[in-house]
Design a binder for this molecule. Structure first.
Ligand code: SF4
Length: 193
């Protein structure tokens, strides 16, 4: 769908320079999705893996973040192998709704209520990032904290439009449940993509 060089704004790697590769196509259907234009893959151009990697190499950073849409709708072995050959660190942001593929340095698993996650991600997730839109999302977050591997970092992130309402509850929740930490969408405060 698009690719751009920016800073990773959220999650464990927030603040780092990163080349984002956003793949078109998603059937998860989150009501608060902020990239609904990604859902229909057919309206986006097809770009060869060689071209994607060569475009990424034009910038100084060597962290590539594959996102979507839902990137795991595709087998990502070839893309990630090519990025690694070009000495990129490969990170993915995914709802986990499809079986894992690809070769990853960091897996950010952000499950969604709208489509159940495929269990193949539980062992590979480095980061569980749950979006807090309403109070029931705390229960949803704990459900996934129980099934991911023990080393997985646990993050709660307010949905942007509900931040004023949910953030105070999240701060209290993390103080009571310190295995979690808060993630904010800092790119939105910085006005960068
Ligand atoms: Fe949007 Fe991501 Fe949800 Fe798909 S999984 S609907 S791209 S927020």
């Amino acid at each position: 769908m698009e690719s751009f060089y920016t800073l990773q704004g959220e999650g464990f790697h927030a603040g780092k320079a990163a080349y984002f590769i956003r793949l078109g196509g998603c059937d998860v259907g989150c009501i608060w999705c902020d990239v609904k234009e990604s859902w229909d893959a057919s309206i986006h151009p097809q770009i060869s893996i060689n071209q994607i990697v060569s475009d990424a190499k034009a910038f100084a950073g060597r962290l590539a973040v594959i996102t979507g849409g839902e990137p795991l709708m595709y087998n990502l072995d070839e893309l990630t192998n090519a990025l690694k050959q070009a000495e990129f660190q490969t990170n993915i942001e995914t709802s986990g709704a499809y079986p894992m593929s690809g070769s990853w340095d960091w897996v950010c698993f952000s499950p969604k209520k709208f489509k159940e996650a495929h269990p193949s991600i539980f062992e590979q997730a480095n980061e569980l990032k749950v979006i807090i839109y309403n109070k029931s999302d705390f229960v949803f977050a704990e459900k996934y904290a129980k099934v991911v591997n023990k080393k997985c970092e646990l993050l709660l992130q307010p949905e942007w439009g509900k931040q004023d309402k949910m953030l105070p509850l999240m701060i209290d929740y993390v103080k009571e449940n310190p295995k979690w930490r808060v993630s904010l969408q800092t790119h939105k405060f910085m006005n960068i993509p």
